[in-house]
Design a protein around this ligand. Structure first.
Ligand SMILES: NC(=O)c1ccc[n+]([C@@H]2O[C@H](COP(=O)([O-])OP(=O)(O)OC[C@H]3O[C@@H](n4cnc5c(N)ncnc54)[C@H](O)[C@@H]3O)[C@@H](O)[C@H]2O)c1
Length: 357
């Protein structure tokens, strides 16, 4: 069990063998549920026997559904199904459900107890800790949000067995990012393990890196929960990644967009002389298997939509673009760069010449 310190309360990350065991540990008499519709498809029996369908709201996990405009019917359904301020909201799903559930729990009745059962690799290894909710506004991703951690995170590596492989790769984007923020040994060990992933039938490799990812993330979020300082470094790859993701209308999954975004940031860092070119070439070669075939998809994405999204990144101030660049393993830095003179040409060259592997 891992304990995370937050400004509002400490919360625990507990591991369970099965989804049934996780759900049995909750207070069913006070629970209402927000559940990813596809979880019902795979775990119908467990959900039917361990939750209350009359107190459940089902949501399809899509970026469109985590838009601010789509939240009103969810609030209404929860209220109509009897959720009160002494209730508990149990959220079962990946990052999309987490963002919706966290946001609702943070504002409904000015703060409601909520617990999270993350069901994707991305949510288990990364987003389940850190308190953030991020909600889209129209085409602009993650522009609204709150900091409101769950009271418990119930981890069940078993549920990852049904996750499509592209979603595993998407989760690996954040896992890889955290080891690049950690150190060279961690990154090399991860890449070695990933090369053996196809034989990992019992998900022991994945479970190991879920734990290791949280260990790397924990000090950042405990020191700077509200993302005013050192936590910004966790956004390595995200200025570009979010732009690729939204400009592709989410055809490039979040974590894979982060991999492409980290490569862009690293290419840009090499052009600015922050790291030797060899560092970038080595990373490009090691990450290639984990973004294919989405790199080719990026070539077809409307370039003006990418640049518009970069300019709208919420980390920007004035006319300059704030992005996290790298000086090597465990050595990320925040830089403010000129859009026209520096950033736009680098992104164009990256997409035109570097990604067509
Ligand atoms: N709040 C945060 O701290 C934070 C951090 C990173 C990312 N995010 C957000 O998370 C979202 C991406 O989340 P995600 O990658 O977890 O994807 P997701 O929630 O969109 O789920 C991906 C797909 O997998 C399906 N799925 C989920 N669990 C499954 C399971 N166990 N078996 C089979 N299918 C399953 C879903 O229905 C969906 O089709 C993005 O919107 C991103 O902005 C939030």
């Amino acid at each position: 069990m891992l304990t995370i310190k937050s400004r509002s309360h400490e919360y625990s990350v507990e591991e369970f063998q099965t989804l049934s065991c996780a759900l049995r540990s909750t207070d069913r008499s006070r629970a209402h549920y927000l559940i990813d519709r596809s979880i019902i498809q795979y775990y119908n029996e467990v959900i039917a026997s361990e939750t209350e369908l009359s107190r459940t709201v089902l949501i399809e996990a899509s970026e469109e559904n985590k838009a601010f405009e789509r939240l009103t019917p969810i609030f209404l359904e929860l209220l109509e199904k009897g959720l009160k301020r002494d209730g508990v909201l149990i959220v079962i799903g990946g990052g999309v459900l987490q963002d919706i559930g966290c946001f609702i729990a943070s504002v409904l009745f000015r703060g409601l107890r909520w617990e999270l059962v993350p069901t994707t690799l991305l949510a288990q290894a990364d987003s389940c800790i850190g308190s953030k909710s991020s909600i889209n506004v129209g085409p602009y991703k993650n522009q609204i949000g709150t900091f409101y951690p769950p009271y418990r995170v119930l981890l069940t590596p078993q549920v990852l067995q049904t996750l499509p492989f592209d979603e595993i790769r998407s989760g690996l984007g954040e896992v890889i990012k955290l080891q690049l923020l950690n150190n060279k040994d961690g990154f090399e060990e991860l890449i070695d393990d990933l090369n053996r992933l196809s034989s990992d039938t019992r998900f022991s490799i994945i479970s190991k890196w879920v734990q290791r990812s949280m260990e790397v993330k924990k000090p950042y979020i405990e020191q700077d929960e509200y993302d005013r300082g050192v936590r910004n470094l966790l956004n390595y790859g995200h200025t570009f990644g979010h732009a690729f993701e939204s400009a592709s209308h989410y055809g490039i999954p979040h974590g894979i967009a982060v991999i492409l975004g980290m490569l862009t940031a690293t290419f840009f860092s090499a052009r600015l002389g922050l790291i030797p070119e060899e560092y970038y070439f080595d990373l490009k070669q090691k990450l290639a298997p984990w973004h294919k075939p989405f790199g080719a998809k990026l070539l077809k994405v409307d370039r003006s939509a990418i640049f518009s999204a970069i300019k709208h990144d919420k980390k920007n101030t004035g006319n300059s673009i704030n992005c996290i660049l790298t000086k090597g393993f465990g050595c990320m830095e925040k830089h403010s760069v000129d859009f026209d003179g520096e950033l736009q040409p680098a992104v164009n060259i990256f997409i035109d010449q570097e990604i067509n592997l």
